[in-house]
Design a protein around this ligand. Structure first.
Ligand SMILES: CCC/C=C/C(=O)SCCNC(=O)CCNC(=O)[C@H](O)C(C)(C)COP(=O)([O-])OP(=O)([O-])OC[C@H]1O[C@@H](n2cnc3c(N)ncnc32)[C@H](O)[C@@H]1OP(=O)([O-])[O-]
Ligand SMILES: NC(=O)C1=CN([C@@H]2O[C@H](COP(=O)(O)OP(=O)(O)OC[C@H]3O[C@@H](n4cnc5c(N)ncnc54)[C@H](OP(=O)(O)O)[C@@H]3O)[C@@H](O)[C@H]2O)C=CC1
Length: 267
């Protein structure tokens, strides 16, 4: 279903990290369907190329680059590649990230650091490199972070991820203030459960065989999220309709966090 005009983001250039799979892929596609040119970035080259080919067939101007958001030099390559391909960058979606469920008393320092490094440090590296380019351009920009619905409530089994995402939240609130003078807006979205291959592999498999069914029963609206619903929300936050919004966090979880929320290990 096409909600937004196909020219809404015409002449806009968007970077979506983790844009080769799952949520990021749908976000990139939805931005592209509204006219944006997109650059998708992730670690796995083959996955990115497959997604790029799919988008190009659908008429979306797309480039793909294999980088690791944890490596600042590679992050700079992402920005240079985007500017080299499309001349500028207007929209950034910090979607790359993830974690694994583990009781906190069993987490190793390496496990903790891996998740903090990926979700907090990596997100800062990308945000800073892209914002420097936006400041240089002088044309403003819209940055959206994909966080988690249980940001403030917590979620047993993923203390590392909740800590990292709250770090990104604090960073967002601060950057919204620092960069408002450049008309760079930065907002965040907290998705509840959206079924993706990555979610099934990394989360649902460790959280138990009936995890998805159990969570679905706890969602007041009675279902998991549709990826397209995240694509639309990011499109809204990236378009002129949201020109007066910055530093905000929007939960999209069918009401799940108003009730039982999400639990990945028994407590
Ligand atoms: C439902 C709604 C909520 C949200 C859902 C989603 O996010 S869905 C999206 C879901 N999608 C994603 O999450 C995709 C992205 N996720 C990832 O790439 C990884 O989960 C990552 C963030 C840990 C990065 O990994 P990396 O390459 O940096 O890690 P590494 O291999 O170098 O290991 C470093 C340390 O971590 C430990 N360790 C690692 N994995 C596991 C595990 N499964 N089990 C136990 N431990 C694990 C590993 O043992 C080691 O510690 P050790 O043994 O040396 O003491
Ligand atoms: N699905 C859900 O229910 C929810 C998901 N989220 C969050 O949404 C985001 C997308 O999740 P989802 O689509 O479900 O799962 P995926 O596993 O498909 O998405 C993770 C994406 O991030 C990329 N990525 C991870 N680490 C890096 C890195 N260091 N450098 C570059 N790219 C990286 C992965 O690509 P590659 O492996 O090739 O690098 C992949 O494309 C994640 O941040 C996730 O935590 C939040 C709430 C709920």
């Amino acid at each position: 279903m096409q909600i937004f005009s196909e020219n809404l983001l015409a002449n806009q250039v968007a970077i979506v990290t983790g844009g080769g799979t799952g949520i990021g892929k749908q976000i990139a596609k939805t931005l592209g369907e509204s006219g944006a040119k997109v650059v998708i970035a992730g670690r796995r080259k083959e996955v990115l190329e497959e997604t790029r080919n799919e988008f190009v067939k659908e008429g979306i101007e797309t480039h793909a680059i294999s980088i690791d958001i944890r490596v600042p030099e590679q992050v700079q390559q992402l920005v240079d590649f985007t500017v080299g391909s499309f001349g500028k960058v207007d929209i950034l979606v910090n979607n790359a990230g993830g974690q694994f469920p583990k009781k906190s008393e069993e987490l190793t320092p390496n496990g903790w650091n891996a998740v903090i490094h990926n979700n907090l440090n990596g997100t800062f590296y990308v945000t800073q490199a892209v914002a420097k380019q936006m400041i240089k351009q002088g044309t403003g920009g819209a940055i959206t972070n994909i966080l988690v619905s249980f940001l403030h409530r917590g979620a047993p089994g993923i203390a590392h991820s909740v800590a990292a995402r709250n770090g990104v939240y604090g960073m967002m609130r601060t950057l919204a203030l620092e960069w408002a003078k450049y008309n760079i807006r930065i907002n965040s979205i907290g998705p509840g459960l959206f079924v993706t291959e990555g979610m099934k592999e990394e989360m649902a498999s460790s959280a138990g065989p009936h995890f998805i069914e159990q969570v679905t029963q706890d969602v007041p609206l009675g279902r998991t999220g549709r990826l397209q619903e995240l694509g639309w929300l990011v499109t809204y936050l990236s378009c002129p309709a949201a020109e007066y919004m910055t530093g905000e966090f929007i939960v999209i979880d069918g009401g799940n966090s108003l009730g039982r929320g999400l639990t990945f290990v028994p407590y």
